[in-house]
Design a protein around this ligand. Structure first.
Ligand SMILES: [Ca+2]
Ligand SMILES: [Ca+2]
Length: 314
């Protein structure tokens, strides 16, 4: 037996003898490799990672962008990206594209060029998800001319333009937009759900026609200008179960023909601003609740309404 092996066995025996470890059984593989030449057993990279890394080779720079995606496919970041001065970060000119930020950070240049972190000029369907975008002289994400995009799990902060500018029939969910001009903007037929949009200069969330704006939390918007937590600029939208706090206006319905249910507003200069010919659950004033403390197993409701669609000022 080689000397090193016998030393290892002696050391092991000593540990067992002192009770330091308990050996139940031991396994070992064959000592001799199989005969014949060594052959690869792994799958090729294209099968293990059947996606395209965003880099100088796969998505080379263009005149206006640090990287350009010009054909359909599934793309991902493999590192952080800091913008070249005066250029967008990633310019997408093809539909049918997914951009997985892969947890990385897309950082803008503090120039005056109006550069966007991700700028989509394709007409249809782009998915963007899973990363952080900040400090762009335009918007963090701009898919304003695109329909049917999905944007999720993105944090877009500190941009001179929008945090996320959606197009028509866009889904934006589980995103955070902080300290932009306005946080999120969507056009006809879009849904914004479960987002935080706070501390933006103007509005938290802006929407036009036939949108669903639900379960969002908008705090401290209108930070520099005059702004609302949520503003609806068109008709046929549903505004449901949002919490709008400490803006100039909490929920601002600036056009007729919308439905407003189950929302809560607190601490806005004006909690509700709704033009005529909209429908809404009762708006219950609980700004001065005067409730007694609760300690124990039961208490009466202090909501001031049993209407399941009620909105509350608190
Ligand atoms: Ca303000
Ligand atoms: Ca309050």
């Amino acid at each position: 037996m080689p000397r090193s092996s016998s030393l290892r066995i002696l050391a092991l025996a000593s540990l067992v003898a002192t009770g330091a470890i308990v050996v139940t059984h031991a396994l070992a593989g064959p000592l001799n490799p199989p005969a014949g030449p060594v052959a690869p057993t792994a799958k090729p990279l294209a099968e293990v990672e059947p996606r395209i890394a965003i880099n100088e080779i796969n998505t080379p720079p263009g005149d206006t962008a640090t990287f350009v995606i010009n054909r359909p496919g599934s793309y991902y970041l493999a590192t952080n990206i800091v913008a070249a001065p005066g250029k967008h970060g990633i310019l997408v000119v093809s539909g049918g594209v997914t951009v997985d930020l892969n947890g990385f950070d897309l950082v803008g240049n503090p120039d005056s060029a109006g550069s966007n972190g991700i700028f989509v000029l394709a007409s249809a369907f782009v998915r963007i998800h899973n990363g952080s975008i900040r400090g762009w002289s335009g918007s963090g994400i701009d898919v304003g001319v695109t329909r049917g995009s999905v944007i999720s799990d993105v944090r877009s902060t500190d941009n001179t333009g929008y945090g996320i500018r959606g197009g028509t029939n866009t889904v934006i969910r589980d995103c955070v937009t902080i300290n932009n001009s306005s946080g999120i903007r969507v056009e006809q037929g879009s849904t914004v759900d479960r987002c935080v949009s706070s501390e933006n200069a103007v509005n938290g969330i802006e929407a036009t026609n036939a949108c669903i704006i639900s379960n969002n939390n908008c705090n401290l918007n209108g930070k520099i200008g005059d702004g609302a937590g949520i503003i609806i600029l068109g008709t046929d939208s549903r505004v449901e179960s949002n919490n709008c706090i400490r803006a100039d206006r909490g929920i601002d319905i600036a056009a007729a023909g919308n439905i407003i249910i189950k929302n809560t507003c607190s601490g806005n200069t004006l909690n509700w601003s709704i033009v005529a010919n909209n429908i809404f659950g009762p708006i219950i004033d609980r700004t001065a609740p005067g409730t007694t403390a609760v300690s124990g197993n039961a208490a009466a409701s202090t909501l001031g309404s049993t209407d399941a669609n009620a909105n509350f000022s608190f």
